[in-house]
Design a binder for this molecule. Structure first.
Ligand code: UDP
Ligand code: MG
Length: 150
């Protein structure tokens, strides 16, 4: 059976505050596996597509400005029920309303500057993974190295 995967974007605030390792650690510690990882700068065109559901909002230009303000880290993350469980680990959109212990609750600033994007459904995860990664950039799970081989 195909692994369930979700698309994460560690946003410019996450990278600028050197929280990349901490955020990835939380996901790995929760039992999920990284299948693709790359640092990049997102283009306004790609963001227009990614945030199309917000295009009519007054704050849309601010989101584009924020998301293009610095590099981001794109991640394909795999595991059982990863889409829903990662949304729980991340917390609600507004960081000020997010519980301590969630990523946004611990490190987010407000409703816009909120550390990480995570796909909100399996259907959107597949679309978003295709948007940001070429198929060959996504790896099969690796097997842990045998202790005797180290
Ligand atoms: N956003 C914002 N103001 C809002 C709603 C959203 O600045 O009132 C930004 C915020 O960075 C959020 C992103 O737009 O993460 C996408 O919004 P969405 O409603 O999809 O929230 P998410 O799925 O990220 O929790
Ligand atoms: Mg969303």
């Amino acid at each position: 059976m195909k692994e369930e995967m979700t698309l994460l974007i560690l946003k410019p605030d996450c990278v600028a505050k050197s929280l990349t390792g901490e955020v990835l650690r939380r996901f790995e510690q929760s039992g999920f596996g990284i299948r693709a990882l790359k640092m990049t700068r997102l283009s306004p065109d790609l963001l227009n597509e990614h945030y199309a559901h917000l295009r009519d909002k007054s704050f849309f230009p601010e989101i584009i400005a924020f998301m293009t303000s610095g590099p981001v880290v794109l991640v394909a993350l795999a595991g059982e029920d990863v889409v829903a469980r990662v949304r729980d680990l991340v917390g609600p959109t507004d960081s000020r309303k997010a519980a301590k212990g969630t990523i946004r609750g611990d490190y987010g600033v407000d409703v816009m500057v909120n550390v990480v994007h995570a796909s909100d459904s399996k259907e959107n995860a597949e679309i978003e993974l295709r948007r940001f990664f070429a198929p060959e950039e996504i790896q099969e799970p690796g097997s842990p190295v045998e202790k005797s081989n180290r």
